[in-house]
Design a protein around this ligand. Structure first.
Ligand SMILES: NC(=O)c1ccc[n+]([C@@H]2O[C@H](COP(=O)([O-])OP(=O)(O)OC[C@H]3O[C@@H](n4cnc5c(N)ncnc54)[C@H](OP(=O)(O)O)[C@@H]3O)[C@@H](O)[C@H]2O)c1
Length: 250
């Protein structure tokens, strides 16, 4: 198992990519802390993991309204697990696709708080626990619209561009790669968020969340020990499988 006995925290684990990443991590032996806003959605993810014999725990927490509670969460993780190996900053809000001239300041604030401030704060508060791991990995979810602004994508695009930049800053401050921080652009994936952004699109033409998961397994694993401060595209890693370990001669 690729992530045996690892402790992973995935935000937005009640749906879409977050759920698929959490399930894949649990299948590989990690204990997964499922963080999200809606308790019922998290419970569904929990059941899917438990039904397969995996290990998980749920943390209902609104990253917009209850962000300071992340400090309590860090204390609870410290008490229960002693460390954290993997943090996936996946939760995000799209907001309404709107011209900048009519962009609501409240929506701007809310999107930046969930998509940018929350990953900063989670990473900062959990850093002492990540530093206790012998292979700590932080994965931030970016987007194609992070690289170039796009009409009507306002705060979402700006937040993802800033998150990529922040990933590099964190990574450069890590001496000896003690914690690795990288970003992943999943590319168009069949989730609720994608359907909201592109209502006319047939989701059957897109990869499923499960299909884009391999990059998240790779980055969380010891195979990515040298990967620091990089921006990776999930589409290029859809067929990655862990290389076979050479059997040791007794
Ligand atoms: N799907 C794509 O095509 C695509 C492309 C590029 C990038 N991405 C990125 O991939 C990531 C996952 O997106 P997705 O497509 O899987 O979307 P999704 O299904 O809408 O999932 C977003 C998740 O974020 C959580 N979330 C939103 N606001 C929150 C808050 N205030 N507090 C806690 N959790 C909150 C949601 O939880 P609740 O449901 O409980 O509110 C939900 O589980 C995002 O970072 C997104 O920007 C997706």
């Amino acid at each position: 198992m690729l992530l045996k006995n690892r402790i992973a925290l995935v935000t937005g684990a009640g749906s879409g990519l977050g759920r698929a990443i959490a399930i894949a991590y649990a299948q590989e032996g990690a204990t997964v802390i499922l963080l999200g806003r809606r308790q019922e959605a998290l419970e569904e993810s929990y059941d899917l993991i438990a039904d397969q014999g995996g290990s998980a725990t749920i943390v209902p927490l609104d990253l917009e309204k209850e962000l300071p509670r992340v400090s309590e969460l860090a204390a609870t993780i410290a008490q229960r697990f002693g460390l954290l190996d993997i943090l996936v900053n996946n939760a995000a809000q799209l907001g309404a696709l709107t011209p900048m001239t009519g962009y609501e300041p409240a929506m701007w604030e809310s999107i930046l708080r969930v998509n940018l401030t929350a990953p900063f704060f989670l990473t900062r508060e959990l850093m002492p626990l990540l530093k206790r791991s012998n292979n700590a990995s932080v994965i931030n979810l970016s987007s194609g619209v992070a690289l170039h602004g796009r009409a009507y994508w306002g705060a979402y695009a700006a937040s993802k561009a800033a998150l990529m930049n922040l990933t590099e800053t964190w990574a450069q401050e890590m001496t000896n790669n003690i914690v690795r921080l990288n970003s992943v652009n999943p590319g168009g994936t069949a989730t609720d968020m994608r359907a909201t952004a592109f209502p006319g699109e047939d989701p059957a033409t897109l990869p499923s969340p499960e299909q884009v998961v391999p990059i998240f397994l790779y980055l969380a694993s010891h195979h990515a020990k040298e990967i620091q401060g990089r921006h990776l595209d999930a589409r290029e890693w859809m067929h990655w499988t862990p290389p076979k370990e050479k059997p040791s001669i007794q």
